[in-house]
Design a protein around this ligand. Structure first.
Ligand SMILES: C[S@@+](CC[C@H](N)C(=O)[O-])C[C@H]1O[C@@H](n2cnc3c(N)ncnc32)[C@H](O)[C@@H]1O
Length: 251
């Protein structure tokens, strides 16, 4: 408990310190952040490829820049989730409406669109909208990709009901924990009258610090979860404290 209180005090002083890998060295449970690009990156373009089924490869061109905030660069859990859905291949996205939360650059949703998802919504806060639009255009994916502002905890924008919800590297800022849980719950309403199954929620998480357990304590009130086991890369990213979870709404 003393550890958590100390963490909170440090968070108040510097809320984004975990994203800069500046967690306390004596907090042995905390994995360092390993961004794919240095955080000082400004207006660069990177190419990412993900093997898909049937020996196909999904290639994405991504404009990255730290200037609009932490979401302007591609984060490790986003790459893990991109690789996983690419492996699942086009069949997983056939006729599916996809919504990505905290998209940042839009990477994961763009991979879903490249795989053939007919409707993809990239969502994030206002400063990231231009980045997501730019990356959608760079990859020639508008349509099927559209971009919308979605602030966790706020009422959902008027978007079609998703069949698949994707979220990667969205657990890092403690004040946003209840907001993110609120939005996840709103996207998978309890006792929904819809005849369709609940959305498949794939949630890729990188553990950074002990206080993350508070996110999962909140999440547990609304969802249960299981680890995605059919990913051959699982042992590799588990060593980087990354896990890929499937969330199921408590009824
Ligand atoms: C660490 S970045 C991950 C970006 C991307 N998913 C990836 O894996 O590369 C976290 C993202 O969550 C977004 N985010 C943080 N707080 C948010 C909020 N309250 N509402 C909506 N998005 C938020 C940030 O803008 C950022 O794009």
């Amino acid at each position: 408990m003393a550890d958590l209180l100390r963490e909170e005090t440090l968070d108040d002083l510097d809320p984004l310190r975990h994203l800069r890998g500046s967690a306390d060295a004596d907090d042995a449970d905390d994995a360092d952040l390993v961004p794919a690009q240095p955080p000082s990156i400004l207006d660069q373009t990177i190419e990412l490829t993900f093997p898909s089924d049937a020996s196909e490869t999904v290639s994405i061109t991504l404009a990255v820049s730290a200037s609009p905030g932490c979401g302007g660069i591609a984060w490790p859990a986003g790459e893990v989730l991109s690789r996983y859905i690419a492996r699942r291949g086009p069949a997983y996205f056939k006729d599916k409406t996809v919504l990505e939360l905290g998209s940042g650059t839009g990477l994961v949703g763009l991979v879903a669109a490249k795989l053939g998802a007919p409707r993809v919504w990239l969502t994030d806060q206002a400063p990231l909208l231009d980045t997501m639009r730019r990356n959608t255009a760079l990859n020639g994916l508008a349509p099927p990709v559209r971009v919308a502002e979605l602030n966790w905890g706020a009422p959902l924008p008027l978007l079609p009901r998703p069949d698949v919800v994707l979220a990667a590297d969205c657990v890092y800022f403690e004040p946003a924990f209840p907001l993110l849980v609120h939005t996840l719950a709103a996207l998978v309403p309890r006792g929904s009258p819809s005849p369709d199954p609940d959305p498949d929620v794939l949630f890729c998480y990188k553990k950074r610090r002990k206080a993350d357990r508070r996110f999962f304590a909140l999440l547990r009130k609304e969802f249960t979860w299981t680890e995605v086991l059919d990913d051959p890369d699982r042992d590799v990213y588990a060593r980087e404290a990354i896990s890929l979870l499937r969330l199921t709404r408590r009824q």
